[in-house]
Design a protein around this ligand. Sequence first.
Ligand code: SF4
Ligand code: SF4
Length: 153
Amino acid sequence: MRQYEKTGILSIKDLKIPSKKQFEKGVAILECVQEIPCNPCVDSCPVHAISMKDINAPPVNNFEKCIGCTKCVGVCPGLAIFVIKIKANTAWITLPYEFVTVPKVGDVVQALDRKGKVRGKALVKKVVKHGKTMVVTIEVNSSLAMSIRNIRV
Ligand code: SF4
Ligand code: SF4
């Protein structure tokens, strides 16, 4: 049994990791590993980068095709998609956000890891409404790119 099946929390070891070049252009990380009948991410992608063997299979992102457009982030009912772009020491993480206090561009917020632990500060760079979900882009140190998955305003 994998660790996340006991804890409900994924770790980097459970994920497919893009190359440095792919991170530089920006790529979607699909933190979706359960076999559930769901596929809005597949339909949302303008370049058909996301695929599934069947409707119950976990989605797979083709990092070479992905253009980091972030369109898939707000459509995922599981809030499981994050777009990561890294250049030198800076990373931009686009994440789904559904709490009541919505951040504004320019805010400095707490950067939280998958367990909800505060790992540092993040600068809010962009906030876009997608239905009930806000799609928020934050800037953090690149060392945190694969750790930060939520924010606290
Ligand atoms: S970020 Fe854009 S291109 Fe990449 S998988 Fe999501 S929708 Fe497709
Ligand atoms: S939309 Fe989200 S929950 Fe549904 S298959 Fe895609 S990544 Fe998984």
